[in-house]
Design a protein around this ligand. Structure first.
Ligand code: GLC
Length: 537
């Protein structure tokens, strides 16, 4: 087995990491749900795409109340997806393909089916079994009101009440997500020790890193004050919020960094921390904490030159102060796919193509969410009866939820399941008939396809010494244009506006066009919603 080579720059400072949403990537056994064997069979595709690593969404045993983010056993694999031996095989085969493997770790909450929570329910109030979670007595007569006014991210109160064996209402427990996802109490040393042991379990198996789910949620203000309408529950967390981004989370990550640093081979962490400002985010990636964090400010920025530039500048600046690289993300399994966010249809696709070249040219690392390399749009017309996201269920359909970005990938053929599963199998979410025109097979040989753009962009990114880790220098060309240089000899120009933009000749005098996101009439005139990479001759 050959492990990926370590270059001078640690790989995680500039890696392009492909997010494999396991249940929707490739289904080898025809049960409609993607699995580990399916991923193994497609490693050649990922290698040819040109990414450096894969991040796997949770594959652990789980009742799947929140698509696996409700973990019942952190040291095993859900039989729906495979076995531990399959994961071991996947990791070693991925390494043979030069791909690192990052797995999802869910420390904020367990499944309500986790043995710890079962024990907590069965134990009397005040017992140590309860102290791993956040149980409190209710307010009001008979303790019938929740202990405070905190809300679940998926809608409804963040507290549920348990009943004793004789059905008497009892204490309440906190769940910032679904009731099936009780929050752990991270002030309890037993919880901390358990997660360090889980980290070691996977590091010992050769995993290259972890994506930390809800990294900003682990610590809660011990006074548990009411929100009283002062803070939103969802969206990026503002400073002072009583259950997001509390200072105490950082102690946890310092301890984790000591664990990962004790292993050879550049193991890494990436934080999912939905915080409001880049300075808040930078605190997660100080030198003795996590290595990188998703850049949601970039993801949330609208298709607007000023907004994008601000998001880029603020991130590069705030992260640079602590010595951490930026990461650039356009889509993931929790947000509307960016083709759709950017306006949908032909316009959304043009913008998404330009955004891909922007993202890959920026300093740092990048994430590609499965299917974005095919230009998949959000599926907005899923039948309600098929929707599985707890957001949809807990808001009685008021919020449609995240199923529309989780529809299984179209690989080949002209009708569902489009090679996602064996012929005749039924994917867990229905694929639109129009995806017949978006399959990997159909796009592979097409020079104008999104897949070809990603493949070429990723190849060039590897070839060009200027790309990856480093810095950028802006060039002001016009208010709708983002232009920046990277040394040696690289210039990226993105016309975010709706009209063609002219590039001053002296800027590109000794440069050649290396790659464009759409056709150009002339080297110095960039059509609307188009990006161009220039390199010096
Ligand atoms: C993260 C995950 C999301 C999940 C939530 C609760 O935000 O990305 O999918 O629902 O955490 O674990």
């Amino acid at each position: 087995m050959s492990t990926p080579t370590t270059r001078e720059t640690p790989w995680w400072r500039e890696a392009v990491i492909y997010q494999v949403y396991v249940r929707s990537f490739a289904d080898s056994d025809g049960d409609g749900i993607g699995d580990i064997h399916g991923i193994r069979s497609r490693l050649g595709y990922l290698h040819d795409l040109g990414v450096d690593a894969i991040w796997l969404n949770p594959f652990y045993p789980s009742p799947q109340a929140d698509a696996g983010y409700d973990v019942a056993d952190y040291r095993d694999v859900d039989p729906r997806f495979g076995t531990l031996a399959d994961i071991d095989a996947l990791v070693s085969e991925a390494h043979e393909h030069g791909l690192r493997v990052i797995i999802d770790l869910v420390p904020n909450h367990t499944s309500s089916d986790h043995p710890w929570f079962r024990a907590a329910r069965a134990a009397a109030p005040g017992r140590p079994e309860r102290a791993r979670y956040i149980f409190r007595t209710g307010r009001g007569p008979g303790g019938d009101e929740p202990p405070n006014d905190w809300l679940s991210n998926f809608g409804g109160p963040a507290w549920s009440r348990i009943t004793s064996a004789d059905h008497t209402p009892e204490q309440w427990y906190l769940h910032l997500f679904a009731p099936e996802q009780p929050d752990l109490d991270w002030t309890n040393p037993e919880v901390r020790a358990e997660f360090e042991s889980i980290l070691r379990f996977w590091l010992d198996r050769g995993i290259d890193g972890f994506r930390i789910d809800v990294a900003h949620g682990l610590a809660k203000d011990p006074a548990m004050p009411d929100l009283a309408g002062r803070y939103a529950t969802s969206g990026p967390a503002r400073e002072g919020h009583p259950h997001w981004d509390q200072d105490e989370v950082h102690e946890v990550y310092r301890a984790w960094r000591r664990v990962s640093d004790s292993y050879a081979g550049d193991r890494t962490f990436v934080a999912e921390a939905w915080v409001h400002t880049p300075d808040q985010l930078a605190r997660y990636v100080r030198p003795d904490e996590l290595h990188t964090a998703f850049n949601f400010n970039f993801l949330l920025a609208p298709w607007d030159a000023r907004a994008l530039r601000l998001a880029i500048d603020q991130s590069v600046h705030a992260l640079g102060k602590v010595g951490a690289p930026a990461t650039w993300v356009l889509s993931n399994h929790d947000v509307t796919r960016h083709v759709t966010r950017y306006g949908g249809g032909e316009l959304g696709t043009r913008r998404a193509r330009a955004a891909a070249l922007l993202m890959l040219a920026l300093p740092g690392g990048a994430y590609v969410y499965q299917g974005e390399e095919l230009g998949l749009p959000e599926v907005i017309d899923l039948p309600d009866a098929m929707r599985q996201d707890p957001t949809f269920l807990r808001t009685a359909g008021e919020e449609k939820g995240r199923d529309g970005c989780r529809v299984p990938l179209p690989w080949s053929g002209t009708q569902p399941p489009f090679g996602f599963g064996p012929p005749g199998s039924t994917p867990w979410l229905p694929q639109p008939a129009e995806w017949a025109g978006m399959t990997v097979e159909g796009q592979a040989g097409d020079p104008g396809s999104m897949l070809t753009l990603y493949r070429t962009g990723l190849r060039r990114r590897r070839e060009l010494a200027a790309l990856g880790d480093g810095t950028l220098a802006w060039v002001d060309i016009g208010q709708d244009v983002l232009a920046f240089r990277r040394e040696p000899g690289f210039l990226c120009v993105v016309n975010v506006g709706n009209r063609p933009a002219d590039i001053p000749d002296e800027l590109i005098a000794d440069s050649a066009v290396l790659l464009t996101s759409g056709p150009l009439d002339s080297e110095s005139r960039i059509p609307a919603a188009t990006a161009v990479w220039y390199g010096r001759l």
